[in-house]
Design a binder for this molecule. Structure first.
Ligand code: TXA
Ligand code: MG
Length: 318
């Protein structure tokens, strides 16, 4: 595996059918030619990802999506016009230009137009779109900087394009546009309230879990550190914690000795906390002095809903 800032190198490896980790504004993606079955198979193998979990396909702009879908409904045009390029993924009806392996045999394809300049630069040099899941081993914490990718993969990834830290640090919001009214399949940086400004209604959140095959990606256990992560009531953090404890807090928190504290956002701002969330979990998972991690729920509003959704899947105290 090579790490660097060479756009041409990334492009060359992708043309060869290799896997390349690319920066996006949300998290790092593990990219391959979405139109080539062999290349896409390498993604599933490297991530140890089950084949029933479909991938998002990334395009440089709305026009380049057209050859790969049955049609783009008006509602999708409107959402793209407002939020793309950016952290929004839409589900559309696919056509046969997208191999079945990409969508796990589903009739819909998830499409997204990423905003990171490096990802855009790569797409502009290619004549195919890129399938790219988050560049983490299946089930583990998502990567928000190149080091997170490097520590999880070896030579199965040809190149890691270093585009710095991800701006949002949380995956894109996924909206199912195959039906109207549209529904939110995964909460992310674009909140239901933001979508409502375009839609004229607050979209419902699909109730999904791994037991409901219509939304295969929302696996119940996901984003999890190797160490136990407990989501507790704030008052439990005032009581003595076991040796080797870390507390990951949203804002400033009063401290007791013997405990390691990681404050996600000293000003208690959700956008800042989201950007630091996965990075902090990676850090705490690496520190040898820490055996378990405690945290509390975020305020259940806006981005806090997306963060709580990650916590529900990552926590050990189910
Ligand atoms: O921000 C992001 O979206 C990042 C960056 C790299 O773009 N990508 C990402 O991909 O989060 P991934 O593979 O980690 O998550 C994709 C999610 C999965 O939960 C998957 O099941 C769902 O999208 N998905 C993809 N295609 C789908 C489809 N046709 N129907 C339902 N869910 C789908
Ligand atoms: Mg993922």
């Amino acid at each position: 595996m090579h790490l660097g800032t060479n756009i041409d190198m990334a492009v060359e490896e992708l043309r060869k059918g290799s896997l390349v980790a690319l920066p996006t504004e949300t998290v790092y993606g593990l990219a391959a030619n979405a139109t080539d079955e062999m290349s896409v198979t390498k993604i599933f193998a490297a991530k140890k990802r089950p084949f029933f979990d479909p991938l998002i396909v990334h395009f440089k702009d709305v026009e380049s999506i057209l050859p790969f879908v049955e049609s783009i409904p008006q509602v999708a045009y409107s959402l793209f016009a407002k939020f793309s390029p950016g952290p929004l993924t839409l589900l559309l009806h696919k056509n046969d230009q997208i191999p079945g392996i990409v969508t796990s045999g589903l009739a819909s394809v998830a499409v997204r137009i990423p905003n990171h300049p490096d990802f855009q630069a790569v797409l502009r040099q290619l004549n195919f779109p890129l399938a790219a899941p988050s560049a983490n081993v299946f089930g583990y914490i998502s990567p928000t900087e190149p080091a997170h990718v490097v520590k999880q993969f070896g030579n199965e990834v040809a190149y890691v394009l270093d585009g710095g830290r991800c701006e949002f640090g949380l995956e894109s919001t996924i909206v199912d546009c195959t039906l109207e009214p549209v529904r939110i399949l995964r909460k992310g940086a674009i909140t239901a309230e933001m979508l409502a400004e375009v839609l004229g209604y607050i979209p419902e959140e699909a109730k999904v879990s791994s037991s409901q095959p219509t939304a295969p990606g929302n696996i119940d256990v996901h984003y999890a550190p190797k160490k136990p992560l407990f989501v507790v009531d704030p008052k439990e953090l005032i009581e003595p914690l076991p040796e080797g404890s870390a507390v990951m807090s949203f804002g400033k928190i009063s401290k007791t000795s013997g405990v390691f504290y990681a404050e996600l956002s000293p000003n208690a701002e959700l956008i800042e906390a989201a950007a630091a969330f996965f990075r902090t979990l990676h850090q705490l998972d690496e520190m040898s002095s820490i055996r378990q991690i405690y945290t509390t729920w975020f305020p259940e509003q806006g981005l806090g809903k997306a963060l709580n959704d990650k916590l529900r899947r990552a926590k050990s105290n189910h």
